[in-house]
Ligand binder design. Structure first.
Ligand SMILES: O=C1O[C@H](COP(=O)(O)O)[C@@H](O)[C@H](O)[C@H]1O
Length: 334
């Protein structure tokens, strides 16, 4: 079994009694014309907000460009629900991401007594460091957090390639989330076995109400923290790989990942798209051209996995830095 023991804990069982009621999704309704900005926005261009939506969840979001005339209704709807935040520095990005996570943590714990958070590996993890420091390290209700991975490399948990190890070293070892609520893969299994086992664990957590079930029957995580590779991959869903089309599984496995190591497990796209909130955390010039393709308004035929993120009933926010949006900036005249 995947290593989280939440299934047996009394705390987890008590969630069975709680009913999920969808909370109002924060929509970005205010508009402002950027000067291209960043953390300065955080301080000086804060948009006044309605009471239902605390600030970092929707402030400072730069409206994305209008989709092409040929765009489908789905694309249009997805873009309407997207927001883009641009920061001068990675430090400022981390601070804003921490505030965002804190507000969502408070919201979900208040509403249903638990907060389910899905991590990626890679560069995303360094942006969580802020959460391990004061004041968040002391004030957050870590006992109610449940941690999952959107993808994992099929290696032992102490291997340098392990997404679990990366998250543990930088984040999890520094905050008091109960170990039984950290759902890592069973690293003794094959790729297929680990994917099936992780899905079984998720199904159990859905059954006992720790993880919410979406209207379409997939697990609906409260917050998914995604990274994006320079090729436009998210999780272990790679461009042109058949895994991007899988809809009959929650967790799939791959043995020919173009990025090493080759064996991995990954949430499928419908699980990602069932999330309540997704933060797409992308920094650095190496990702500028893919950011430009994903967020620009040109019509292209080769749709990248990152462009397939289109939440059913949730809110997607891009947390970026200036370097990552450098090519988009020209297109948008920011
Ligand atoms: O292999 C992976 O890559 C992506 C992107 O990583 P990054 O270092 O370019 O941000 C990551 O999101 C994923 O979890 C990981 O397994």
């Amino acid at each position: 079994m995947a290593s989280c023991a939440a299934s047996g804990s009394p705390a987890a069982l008590s969630y069975r009694l709680l009913r999920w009621r969808p909370s109002p999704i924060c929509r970005f309704s205010a508009t402002f014309s950027p000067p291209f900005s960043s953390a300065a926005l955080d301080r000086s261009r804060r948009i006044s907000l309605s009471a239902v939506c605390p600030s970092p969840l929707r402030s400072n979001r730069i409206p994305l460009p209008s989709p092409p005339a040929m765009a489908s209704d789905e694309t249009l709807a997805a873009k309407e629900k997207m927001g883009l935040l641009v920061f001068d520095t990675e430090e400022e990005l981390s601070v804003s991401l921490a505030k965002y996570a804190v507000e969502l943590s408070e919201k979900f714990i208040r509403e249903r007594g638990a907060f389910t958070v899905v991590l990626s590996g890679g560069s995303l993890i360094k942006f969580l460091k802020e959460l391990t420091e004061s004041p968040y390290s002391e004030t957050l209700n870590w006992a109610k957090w449940y941690i999952f991975w959107v993808d994992e490399r099929v290696v032992s948990k102490d291997h340098e390639d392990s997404n679990y190890k990366l998250a543990f070293d930088v984040f999890l070892s520094k905050v008091p989330i109960p170990p039984g609520q950290v759902c890592a893969i069973n690293d003794a299994l094959s790729a297929q076995g680990a994917a099936e086992d992780y899905e079984t664990t998720l199904k159990h957590l859905v059954n006992i109400g720790v993880v919410v079930k979406s209207a379409t029957g997939y697990p609906r995580f409260d917050l998914m923290l995604l990274g994006m590779g320079p090729d436009g991959h998210i999780a272990s869903l790679f461009p042109s790989h058949p895994l991007v089309n899988v809809t009959d599984k929650w967790v799939a496995f791959i043995k020919d990942s173009p990025k090493p190591p080759p064996e991995r497990i990954t949430f499928t796209l419908p699980v990602i798209n069932s999330s309540a909130y997704v933060a797409m955390v992308v920094a650095g010039a190496g990702k500028a051209s893919v950011v430009s393709k994903a967020l620009g308004n040109e019509k292209t035929t080769n749709v990248l996995p990152v462009e397939m993120v289109s939440l059913e009933d949730g809110e997607l926010t891009w947390f970026t830095d200036k370097a990552a949006v450098s090519m988009l900036r020209d297109k948008l005249s920011l």
